[in-house]
Design a protein around this ligand. Structure first.
Ligand code: ATP
Length: 311
């Protein structure tokens, strides 16, 4: 990943009527990274993306793409990225091959070049077998792949993906993730919106969490999880009269709150290396335990902590 910025967004704002749906949002996207805009339904992710990709005019703020202002140098900025939408933007009645040919020609490729690029993309996105079927017979996953293929005709190094896997089954979602990772390996920068925490965790190098139009937190998935607190060790003390002695013993071993529910204890762990001494101390004190588990913090915890109610 480079230290150069592919995109700089500053003080971006959009109002619809009285409602401010994107509220003074600023962030940078570095070249070669996957940047995720994560937020609940209606948080303002798509509106932000639409402004970044010049589909929608901002009320205030600025976006530059590889140093070019998207308003003052709109044409140039637009030529530097590919965009795929929440819904496949391709024609239903014609085949995948025909779609790719049409969009290649619309992008200014000669007939021969269009044919060659179409063949390449059909192979790259595993669409060769269904290349000549009408799109209306395509599955959701095939449509998404074709949609992505269309946006890559001109080999843009910056790609915007609006909810690339919404509505896809888990297997097709995983295939899409593989495709996205391959694009990154080849040097692409990717901006994606998602409401799936797992997707953000799997793909994004950096994340901006958006809620009610505001950027509430930014960081790597690991940083965001760390803010919620580290892992927790949970177990059940086998005998009731040993619960308090166990709490006392552990108080000397860990910093942070030890939670108790009946005979169940949950202990914060700063590092996983704290685990063996804790278990040894319990054994030495002859405190029997069961149902032991270590739970890493998840983006779910971060998300629930940072976003409030309905958008
Ligand atoms: N053209 C419009 N006119 C009026 N309100 C709009 C318009 N487009 C979006 N909104 C409103 O702006 C808010 C943000 O919408 P947006 O689509 O950006 O959210 P989102 O985070 O992308 O959500 P989703 O995950 O559901 O796509 C919502 O309350 C939506 O109803």
């Amino acid at each position: 990943m480079s230290t150069k910025n592919a995109i700089e967004v500053s003080h971006l704002t959009k109002r619809f009527g009285q409602k401010t749906v994107v509220d003074d949002i600023s962030f940078n996207v570095r070249q070669g990274e996957v940047f995720g805009l994560l937020g609940p339904n209606g948080a303002g992710k798509t509106t932000t993306l639409r402004m970044m990709t010049t589909l929608l005019k901002a009320d205030a703020g600025q976006v530059t793409i590889f140093g070019h202002d998207t308003v003052k140098e709109g044409r140039l900025a637009r030529s530097m990225f590919g965009l795929t939408g929440q819904y496949a933007s391709v024609d239903e009645d014609i085949s995948a091959r025909e779609n790719l040919m049409i969009f290649s020609r619309l992008n200014g490729l000669s007939r021969t070049a269009a044919k060659q690029r179409t063949t390449e993309l059909l192979a790259e996105f595993s669409l060769e077998e269904s290349a000549d079927k009408a799109l209306k017979n395509f599955s959701g996953g095939m449509r998404r792949r074709l949609d992505l293929a269309v946006s890559l005709i001109t080999r843009p190094t910056l790609i915007f993906l609006d909810e690339p896997t919404t509505g896809l089954d888990p297997r097709t979602r995983a295939q899409m993730w593989t495709t996205i990772r391959q694009l990154v390996k080849q040097g692409s920068t990717i901006v994606l919106t998602t409401q799936y925490l797992e997707e953000a965790d799997q793909l994004a190098d950096n994340l901006a969490i958006i809620d009610h139009g505001k950027l509430v937190k930014m960081g790597t998935p690991a940083e965001l999880k760390e803010q919620i607190g580290g892992a927790r060790l949970a177990f059940t003390v086998s005998q009731e009269d040993q619960v308090q002695p166990a709490v006392q013993l552990l108080t000397g071993q860990v910093t942070g709150v030890i939670q108790q529910t009946g005979q169940q204890l949950s202990v914060p762990l700063k590092q996983i290396t704290q685990l063996p001494p804790i278990l040894a101390a319990l054994k030495q004190a002859q405190i029997m335990i069961s149902h032991l588990s270590v739970k890493e913090p998840s983006l779910d915890d971060v998300f629930m902590n940072l976003t409030v109610g309905k958008n």
